[in-house]
Design a protein around this ligand. Structure first.
Ligand code: ZN
Length: 219
């Protein structure tokens, strides 16, 4: 699934920056968006996946067609020590064996019945706002009121969702804003690596390289 896991150190840094360790259980709790399945949601190398699956890929290898299951029964947990690859049947048997049932986490974002947007849409909107797209334009595109977009912008709604654009909607060559160029330049001069900047800002790595070379000024 992760044919393009990218630089392993970057992947580890990405994951570790988004978890908090529970000192009691030693669970690594995903701090960001949780889907209605109860698992942490994340974007890596332009793909949406679950946080615990990404963790398994990084630390224990790609589980292929198997499920990544929790020994600790905490679906938000990404501690590789608490994860194992197995079938859904293994999972079921384990649950019967230890008699545990984990209630789904508190509802937020798209899990609230009347939410107009999915978490993924909200994260796309956040990224588009960062890229300079107007609230009015986004409201039209996602068929919601500008106030809804405004609330996302102010982090009143979907505060658990982080900005993210899937690969195919990433900005193409040349179409970066001046603000993005300035940020890239600042991060480059502080010694950050191209790949890390590209991933963080949802830009192509080649775009970052071209900004470094002064070939893109932003528009
Ligand atoms: Zn755990």
């Amino acid at each position: 699934m992760f044919d393009s896991l990218g630089n392993a150190q970057d992947a580890i840094a990405y994951l570790l920056a988004r978890i908090e360790k529970d000192p009691q259980t030693n669970c690594w709790l995903w701090k960001l968006s949780v889907g209605n399945h109860g698992y942490g949601q994340c974007g890596w190398n332009g793909r949406m996946t679950t946080a615990h699956r990404l963790s398994h890929c990084i630390f224990k290898g790609d589980p292929g067609s198997l499920f990544v299951l929790h020994k600790c029964r905490n679906r938000r947990c990404c501690n590789p020590e608490h994860l194992y690859a197995g079938t859904q049947l293994d999972n079921f048997h384990d649950m019967l064996k230890d008699g545990t049932h984990v209630p789904p986490p508190k509802l937020k974002g798209e899990e609230v019945g009347n939410a107009a947007l999915t978490d993924q849409e909200a994260s796309e909107i956040k990224q588009s706002l960062l890229n300079g797209t107007s609230a009015v334009k986004l409201a039209r595109k996602y068929d919601v009121s500008p106030a809804t977009i405004g609330n996302i912008k102010k982090n009143k709604h979907y505060s658990h969702v982080e900005p993210f654009l899937p690969e195919h909607t990433k900005k193409v060559r040349g179409s970066v804003t001046k603000r993005q160029v300035t940020e890239v330049q600042a991060r480059l001069s502080s010694g950050e690596r191209n790949r890390a900047i590209a991933q963080d800002m949802n830009l192509n790595e080649s775009t970052v390289s071209r900004i470094k070379l002064g070939r893109i000024k932003g528009d």
